[in-house]
Design a protein around this ligand. Structure first.
Ligand code: PGA
Length: 226
């Protein structure tokens, strides 16, 4: 079964550190079937072009953006549009709890970002912390591929992941609320090499979103190879 490993670097690493990481991770993953274990790195967007270039000679690892503008283009200082990102990446995180909390992102903004991704062939990884955030999603008709990342509050940046039974409780709620919409289900929050195997025992969970441990290429490889 195809599994996704999403590495969210957040506001970390310089350009040189980013390039060295990619080289190191590729070495650790030699022999790993990256068509089944799909690895996507979400670096700071400013480094996407250089990482894209570095990865173009040896495809396998893919790229995503940590955020995307809610606007399609125009006078929006500091924003990066989905169309601009789509030259370098296939995925974008939308609605991460840190953006909701620190940047005050509202459901309206998050829904516009999902739409912007959809209109520019970026697959959104939509992060929600619970049922009310899930219910506030207004997904465009025809959105073909989208991932729902369940990131329960209190489990981000720690050492212990949410119990699998509770993750699956949320999955069942999401299945009901999203009715017939196809989505892949991702878990995020203190994923490590010690708990990833347990998380993936449930076929409902097709990906993991990894934060602080993804910053170390060796740790990231250990999670992928666990
Ligand atoms: P964590 O972060 O792995 O450090 O808990 C996950 C996330 O914020 O997406």
């Amino acid at each position: 079964m195809e599994r996704f490993y999403f590495a969210n670097w957040k506001e970390n690493k310089t350009l040189n550190e980013s390039l060295a990481y990619i080289d190191e991770l590729q070495k650790f993953l030699v022999g790993c079937d990256l068509s089944k274990q799909r690895v996507v790195i979400f670096p700071p967007s400013v480094f996407l072009p250089q990482l894209y270039e570095r990865l173009s000679s040896s495809p396998g690892i893919q790229l995503g953006a940590q955020d995307v503008s809610a606007f399609l283009d125009g006078a929006h200082t500091g924003e990066i549009s989905a169309r601009q990102i789509s030259s370098f990446a296939h995925f974008a995180l939308v609605g991460h709890s840190e953006r909701r909390r620190e940047e005050g992102e509202t459901p309206t903004v998050i829904n516009r970002k999902i739409l912007a991704c959809y209109q520019n062939s970026l697959t959104p990884i939509v992060c929600v912390g619970g049922e009310s955030e899930l219910r506030s999603l207004d997904l465009p008709d025809g959105l073909s591929s989208f991932s729902l990342a369940f990131e329960p509050p209190g489990f981000i940046g720690g050492e212990v992941a949410q119990e699998t039974a509770r993750i699956l409780d949320f999955y069942r709620v999401a299945r009901k609320i999203l009715a017939n919409r196809p989505f892949s289900f991702v878990y995020g929050g203190s994923v490590s090499e010690n708990n990833v195997e347990e998380i993936f025992k449930s076929p409902e969970i097709s990906g993991v979103l990894i934060g602080h441990l993804s910053l170390d290429a060796k740790k990231m490889a250990e999670i992928i190879l666990a």
